[in-house]
Design a binder for this molecule. Structure first.
Ligand SMILES: CC(C)(COP(=O)(O)OP(=O)(O)OC[C@H]1O[C@@H](n2cnc3c(N)ncnc32)[C@H](O)[C@@H]1OP(=O)(O)O)[C@@H](O)C(=O)NCCC(=O)NCCS
Length: 156
């Protein structure tokens, strides 16, 4: 599967990353553990339900990164015809700060662009301020908007 590596060849990446691929059902437990380790799981979201719902969409926008057959990174995205969203962006702590997060982000951006997606929005929790620089260097700007939400299905 071509996930866009040709255009990313000149990026600074950790050469131990051998593969980015679509999420497989057998990744479920590993991915949930990755998200737990990266503190992305909150009580009001059930990660397994989130994964199962995503698999029903069948848009190919759930990507994992592997190093030596071990899952070390993930990014889940969506496109609704107006904008793209990125969720569950995670890199195992021991692989962080080596360019892998920026690389998987670029891959998802490329896939969204190929679908005709004109812009991306994403949520950063107020408690995750240290990650601001990551998005800044990847050319994301803070938006002058309030984010509203309404829960339709309770997972907790
Ligand atoms: C966000 C995340 C995916 C970034 O992955 P990564 O592989 O470390 O990203 P990169 O190596 O491409 O990072 C590039 C830059 O982002 C910034 N950055 C990344 N992680 C950071 C951290 N923990 N603290 C502060 N800055 C960080 C740094 O400026 C870094 O550049 P530098 O290494 O030259 O200082 C990773 O830190 C992670 O999984 N965090 C926990 C989960 C999370 O918060 N996800 C985002 C939800 S909105």
């Amino acid at each position: 599967m071509d996930l866009g590596f040709e255009s990313l060849r000149d990026r600074h990446i950790n050469m131990t990353v051998t593969k980015f691929r679509k999420f497989k059902k057998s990744d479920k437990n590993t991915i949930i553990n990755l998200w737990k380790t990266c503190k992305l799981i909150v009580p009001w979201n059930d990660p397994l339900k989130d994964i199962n719902r995503k698999l029903l969409i069948k848009d190919g926008l759930f990507i994992v990164g592997e190093s030596k057959n071990k899952v070390i990174a993930s990014a889940m995205a969506g496109y609704d015809g107006h904008r793209g969203y990125i969720y569950y962006l995670a890199v195992l702590p021991e692989f962080q700060k080596q360019g892998i997060g920026s690389l998987i982000l670029s891959i998802v951006e490329k896939k969204l662009l190929e679908m005709g997606c004109p812009k991306i929005n994403l949520f950063v929790r107020n408690t995750n301020i240290k990650i601001k620089n990551f998005y800044k260097i990847n050319k994301y700007e803070m938006q002058d908007s309030l984010v509203y939400g309404k829960r339709l299905i309770k997972d907790d």
